[in-house]
Design a binder for this molecule. Structure first.
Ligand code: FE
Length: 191
């Protein structure tokens, strides 16, 4: 037992002396492949602990392959579609709006409202942890950018001039969303 303690003590001292190198070395041991895949694993595990939404990481070339040029511009380059031109600003059908990049459910028609802006607007996301919000100082404005929590795709911005009950206005780009209509046979959810 004494030897075991001495060994553990020596290992701890060695770890401290070498700093994070020992820890990093151990973490990397199970995966002998390139650092790219282990980086993805680390990100995934951090996300699982933080909000249970698993991150999706793709290369630029992969995104270009699966997105239309407009979807790519909005989602991956933080572009903005022209007002009143998108597919959903005037969509009033019941259903769910998913991320056009990764399919994560983002908004429900239940929280969609007529903002008059020409962009689909919602007063809340379908789940708090399905979107992330970051400060955005581009274009000389102080805004809050909204991105998909799973793929990091740019969705739009959130403003504090929305209707009750939240007072928020999630101003989204249609190009960042895919609308999935509620099946007609589905019974109306009871409360
Ligand atoms: Fe996404």
């Amino acid at each position: 037992m004494r030897h075991a303690f001495r060994f553990l003590f020596l290992m701890a001292a060695l770890s401290m002396a070498v700093g994070g190198l020992v820890v990093v070395g151990r973490a990397a041991t199970p995966s002998t492949s390139a650092s790219a895949s282990s980086a993805v694993t680390v990100k995934k595990s951090a996300a699982q602990h933080a909000d249970k939404v698993e991150k999706i990481v793709k290369s630029d070339a992969e995104w270009r392959k699966i997105l239309t040029p407009q979807q790519y511009h909005v989602l991956r380059e933080a572009g903005t579609e022209y007002a009143f031109t998108g597919a959903y600003w005037n969509n009033h059908a019941p259903g769910v709006y998913r991320c056009a990049g990764c399919g994560l459910e983002l908004f429900s028609s239940d929280t969609k409202f007529e903002s008059g802006t020409g962009w689909p607007s919602f007063w809340a996301p379908i789940a708090k942890n399905h979107v992330e919000e970051h400060g955005d100082q581009t274009l000389g404005m102080e805004r809050v950018e909204v991105v998909c929590a799973r793929c990091g795709g740019h969705l739009g911005h959130v403003f504090d001039d929305g209707p009750k009950p939240t007072g928020l206005r999630y101003c989204m780009n249609s190009a960042a969303l895919t609308f999935v209509p509620q099946p007609k046979s589905a019974p109306t959810p009871s409360k």
